[in-house]
Design a protein around this ligand. Sequence first.
Ligand code: PRP
Length: 174
Amino acid sequence: MAELRPAEILLSEAQIQKRVAEMALEIRKDYPDDLHVIAVLKGAFIFLSDLARHMPGHVSLDFMAVSSYAKGTTSSGEVKMVKDLDTALDGRNVVIVEDIVDTGLTLTYLQEILRKRHPKSLRTACLLSKPSRRKVEVTVDYIGFTIEDRFVVGYGLDFDEQYRNLPHIAVIQP
Ligand code: PRP
């Protein structure tokens, strides 16, 4: 079996850091006071950590973990909640932080369940978006980079749990 390795660098560390800093200020401009940021594990952990550190003032953070049921073989979009939030969302300005929006099924599910918890507002920030892969229309308010349909790793994104620690985003290929 051919080994898969990250080859071409799609987004450099400098490009990512610049864009993440811009996104943090943009989000903070929209929500200068109360802001509750929710990261979806595992992929978003590095993005969240850089994004949060670029946000001026005080923000609160929480984490949730989900896993897809039979990803790629179903269009149900049903995801299993592996770790729920620790705090309530009532009346809060909430921003969901995702590493990538691909088919849009995971995000659609997350937005549906979080909206039922009565936040004052609910927006989504994702580092990467692959619009050509969408199966459902979903609103993403803050997008770092729009990319083509290529398998990418690094900066939180994995292949078989590897490469999440890369500081850049690379395309993986045989
Ligand atoms: C990735 C990503 C999103 C989801 C996007 O998570 O973090 O949650 O896939 O895909 P979709 O738009 O097709 O639903 P993944 O299941 O790879 O888990 P991970 O974050 O733990 O790596």
